[in-house]
Ligand binder design. Structure first.
Ligand code: ADP
Ligand code: MG
Length: 340
């Protein structure tokens, strides 16, 4: 091996950077939907084929892009969402790193159709290896369609590590269900191998949204919790003590609309249920935390699923009280059979 230190070429750097964000088809679906949400979409349609390995399409009716914005959108570190470092302290959008489209376009064949709301014509671009290879005007509705085909066509080793269509599409469904649950004001339609799997109303009604994503069982066994003050709001639903699961798959925390993982908050809720549900069983909850963006740090991990709260103690205590109080009201005592 030649040990001489050197700077990697641009194409290699791009592939390494893409690897941090694009692990599997579900990562692409997540980034594209988040862009649609940031673009102010009311309707988002997602279509996938073969577990997303050969085809992913996300269409939105958001603000769209004009011609020069499209040119920029696929460059690394290009974003319309922040401008200076201080903006990182006050993030209102789901994206801000300006890396997703650059990464997706180096790992897939891409096609984009978009029309900005102020423009009377749309534009279509085709990309290969992260570069625009063809650009043409096209008639299309306002909004954006992103198509990503043949994931990892140019990195056979990574392609080999992809799992079966079923496993990959389960990961995608998981992403879509989370984003749909967290955004009751947006209608999501999810088409998998030509079948409509999910359609949410987008009417901003949290309960009817939960119904369409998770089903009736959940509605019947979940109870509302609610807390407001001037700098914190915690709204959501927690399960009755006789409605639980064998894993944490139905525990959802959204902070300012972003799905996050936070083991501290998860443990706090689980502790409230400790003596109420069997061991190794997990309560169900859907929490919507709204908080001043300057009180959280989302710039911790490339996938933005972890965040830091500057007032974690307050949130912990508030949540604990809220859940304990509700549980007192809704606890169902196991029925005792009396034989006489
Ligand atoms: P980020 O979301 O972090 O800004 P991306 O690479 O995901 O970075 O997107 C780059 C830019 O492309 C965005 O900042 C936005 O201006 C534009 N863009 C991407 N997707 C859309 C979309 N669906 N609608 C409108 N603009 C979009
Ligand atoms: Mg983005």
């Amino acid at each position: 091996m030649n040990n001489k230190i050197k700077i990697l070429d641009e194409a290699t750097i791009a592939k390494i950077a893409a690897g941090e964000i694009i692990e599997r088809p579900a990562s692409i679906v997540k980034e594209l939907i988040e862009n649609s949400i940031d673009a102010g979409a009311s309707n988002i349609v997602i279509e996938i084929k073969n577990g997303g390995k050969t085809y992913i399409r996300v269409t939105d009716d958001g603000i769209g892009m004009n011609e020069d914005e499209v040119e920029f959108a696929f460059l690394r570190h290009s974003t319309s969402k922040i401008s200076v470092a201080e903006d990182l302290l006050n993030i209102h959008s789901l994206g801000f790193r300006g890396e997703a489209l650059a990464s997706i376009s180096t790992t897939c064949m891409m096609e984009t159709l978009t029309r900005n709301i102020s423009s009377n014509k749309g534009i279509r671009v085709f990309l290969e290896e992260g570069k625009i290879i063809k650009k043409e005007p096209i008639g299309c509705p306002e909004g954006t369609t992103m198509i990503a085909k043949d994931l990892f066509y140019n990195t056979p080793v990574r392609k080999k590590f992809l799992k079966s269509d079923l496993v990959e599409s389960n990961h995608i469904s998981d992403v879509i269900y989370k984003l749909a649950l967290g955004n009751p004001g947006i209608s999501f339609k999810y088409i998998k191998d030509s079948k409509v799997i999910l359609k949410t109303p987008g009417n901003n009604q949290v309960k009817s949204n939960i119904y369409s994503v998770l089903g009736k069982d959940f509605i019947d066994n979940l109870f509302e919790i609610s807390y407001y003050d001037s700098d914190l709001s915690i709204q959501g639903y927690i399960s009755k003590n006789d409605f639980y699961r064998g894993n944490r798959g139905h525990q959802y925390i959204f902070v300012n609309g972003r799905w996050i993982e936070n083991i501290e908050l998860t443990k706090i809720i689980e502790n409230c249920y400790k003596s109420l549900i069997p061991i190794n069983r997990f309560p169900i909850f859907i929490l919507f935390i709204e908080i001043e963006p300057s009180l959280i740090d989302v710039n911790i991990h490339p996938t933005k699923q972890e965040i830091k709260f500057s007032n974690q103690n307050k949130i912990n205590n508030t949540l604990k009280q809220l859940v304990n109080k509700k549980l007192k009201d809704i606890i169902s005592i196991p029925k005792i059979e009396i034989n006489d």
